[in-house]
Design a binder for this molecule. Structure first.
Ligand SMILES: [Fe+2]
Length: 171
C-alpha cells in the first residue's frame, strides 16, 4: 500500500469542534440579543409552575443568523429543531431544577443552553460540573445521557434567570 499524504491543515479549516459541558462565552452580538429580546417578550407564555418558570415555545423558526451561530458550535450534521425561551422567577412559582435526565426520544437531542439575562447567579450543572453562567454564555450538554440540575437557591422577589434552550439533533 502506498503512502497517503495529508497536507498540513490550515487553522482556518479547523471548525466545528463541538465541546460538551464547557462554557461558551460571548455567543450573540448586541443586535442579535435585541432581536431575541423581541421574541422573548412578545411571545405567548405558558406557565410551568412546577419549575417556577414561564415558557415561550418559539419552534424552529428563528432568524437564519441565529441558527447559523448556534450551529457553528456543533459538529457537522446537527440541525436546530426547536427553541424555547424560559424565565425562572418567583413570580411563576419556586424556581427549581432537581437532578434529572430528559426522557429518551427517538433521536439524540443536544441542548444549547443559553443564558439570555439574569440578575442572580444560578449555576448550571451537568455530570457533576457546575458553571456560573453569565449573560451571553452558553453550555452544550446531552440531556438524555448526562445528569443535569441547578442547585437549590432561595429566590427573592425580583430575582430572575432568563434563558433560551436551543434543541439540536443529528439529521
Ligand atoms: Fe432537562
Amino acid at each position: 500500500m502506498g503512502l497517503i499524504y495529508f497536507p498540513p491543515q490550515n487553522n482556518a479549516d479547523i471548525i466545528n469542534i463541538m465541546e460538551l459541558n464547557k462554557l461558551i462565552k460571548n455567543v450573540f452580538t448586541e443586535e442579535q440579543i435585541g432581536y431575541l429580546r423581541d421574541i422573548a417578550f412578545n411571545g405567548e407564555t405558558h406557565l410551568c409552575q412546577e419549575r417556577g418558570r414561564n415558557d415561550v415555545f418559539i419552534g424552529p423558526d428563528i432568524r437564519q443568523d441565529i441558527k447559523d451561530k448556534v450551529k457553528s458550535y456543533f459538529d457537522e450534521g446537527y440541525e436546530l429543531y426547536h427553541v424555547t425561551y424560559s424565565e425562572y422567577s418567583p413570580d411563576h412559582g419556586i424556581p427549581n431544577l432537581p437532578e434529572h435526565r430528559d426522557p429518551k426520544y427517538d433521536h439524540t437531542s443536544l441542548t444549547f443552553d443559553y443564558q439570555f439575562e439574569a440578575n442572580v447567579i444560578w449555576p448550571m450543572c451537568a455530570e457533576g460540573i457546575c458553571h456560573d453562567m453569565k449573560d451571553n454564555d452558553a453550555l452544550i450538554f446531552d440531556p438524555q445521557n448526562m445528569d443535569h440540575l441547578r442547585p437549590p437557591r432561595d429566590f427573592k422577589p425580583g430575582d430572575y434567570v432568563r434563558v433560551f434552550f436551543f434543541f439540536l439533533k443529528k439529521v
